[in-house]
Design a protein around this ligand. Structure first.
Ligand code: DX5
Ligand code: ZN
Length: 225
């Protein structure tokens, strides 16, 4: 079953509560929260205070994607703010220490790779993590164009995970719409982050239903191959 994780990055923050309730009612699986510091990425988003407020108004698991330097120092802060999953960026942290710190908080561990970072850098850690996030845009902004050269990376990682009988989700993030969602699922992704496609739609409920329909069809097709 494919999971859907709406990203609130480009939401109208004066209507954040309504936006979150809307996707929660539409039956999404988690809420994706992009934390940016203006150093690791050329943009600044929001911090633990906002995560804490969001935690109070939703039952959705909070999937916190850290695009920050010194992530190590912030893991327990985001844990206390209510994260269920914390994803660190492989290029910005000592992975062994980062993974250990997230586990110590009793949370699920995600590791993100930028589009150009080879999956090989992650293989030795796969037995210690819950989710690999393959960025399908350069991290920093919502609403960017999907980078299709990441597709073989997804396929390669899924193949490795299956062959080694590992239990690791593959999340994709950036430029996910109906078309690119299908492509990523065909290649082995099973958690889709989507911002602009969902919240930029005149009918986010329908956008989510369409996404689920297309992905599940595509998954059925690959299962029957
Ligand atoms: C980009 C963020 C994404 C972004 C996705 O750095 O990690 O989560 O919000 O937004 P869309 O779906 O609009 O590309
Ligand atoms: Zn993200």
């Amino acid at each position: 079953m494919i999971k859907i994780a709406p990203s609130i990055l480009n939401c109208d923050f004066t209507n954040l509560k309504e936006s979150i309730w809307l996707v929660e009612k539409a039956g999404v699986d988690m809420l994706h929260l992009d934390i940016m510091d203006g150093h690791f990425v050329p943009n600044i988003s929001f911090g633990p205070q906002i995560v804490k407020s969001i935690k109070k108004i939703t039952k959705l698991p909070l999937d916190v994607h850290l695009m920050i330097e010194n992530a190590q120092e912030f893991i327990s802060i985001f844990a206390r703010a209510g994260a269920r999953i914390i994803t660190v960026s492989a290029e910005a942290i000592n992975l062994r220490e980062g993974i250990e710190a997230i586990k110590k908080e009793g949370l699920e561990v995600g590791v993100a790779l930028k589009p150009q970072t080879p999956v090989e850098s992650l293989l030795n850690y796969l037995n210690q993590i819950d989710m690999a996030l393959l960025m399908t845009v350069e991290p920093g902004f919502g609403g960017q164009k999907f980078i299709s050269s990441v597709l073989p990376k997804i396929a390669h990682l899924r193949d490795y995970i299956s062959k080694n009988r590992l239990d690791v989700d593959i999340q994709v993030d950036g430029g996910i719409d109906l078309n690119t969602a299908r492509l990523t699922v065909d290649n082995g992704a099973n958690i889709l982050v989507s911002g602009e496609y969902i919240f930029g739609s005149p009918d986010p409920r329908k956008a989510i239903a369409d996404l689920r329909r297309v992905c599940n069809l595509s998954q059925k097709k690959s299962a029957s191959k």
